[in-house]
Design a protein around this ligand. Sequence first.
Ligand SMILES: [Mn+2]
Length: 204
Amino acid sequence: MYPLPATTTAWIRALGAFVMTHELTFTADVLKTAELPEFAWIKGVISTYLRTEVHLIKNEFSKKFKPDNVDLTYVIWGDLDTIWLKDFDSCTLAKPTILSVTGANTNDPNAGVGYYNTTAMSMIFGDMISYARSKAFKFSALDNTLMAEFAGSKFTALPYFFNWRPYWGDVPQEQWARDGGGKKYILHVHGPKLDKTVCTAKGL
Ligand SMILES: [Mn+2]
């Protein structure tokens, strides 16, 4: 419904990435909420809800590319405004019960980078969307709020250096030290998108 601009798609492909499209299973519900004047803003950011369907996207990816010998049970999501600064071994991360996100307070997570247990997500997904419908998708921070309200108590913490947001200043020095500060793996600029992200990273 809201396809990526062809130029952006071409740019990402040229960087060696696979590009797929995915339609949310509940687009119609969100658009209905967006008809309310106070929720009209949702229409422009509906794609953030893609983060709730990582397990479905994973299935579509598997069907399309049939990767051999790759276990896609545990998947890391990164927003389009993230840059993966260096390789890392995901085996060094604790496997999530459902989802690992930054923000030690699981009532206020940032799902811009998330480490998913796609099997667990697929098991709770139906109930989560039923819950969202019962709330008419009126969530202050969209998927962040939905996932936190529905399953936040079961979220686990992702070390901050996998969702490094340098300008937020929300990570105390001692937290950095505990999380191995300095080992910045994923930069999240949260604002400038795609090509602008590269410019931002180069400026840091
Ligand atoms: Mn983001």
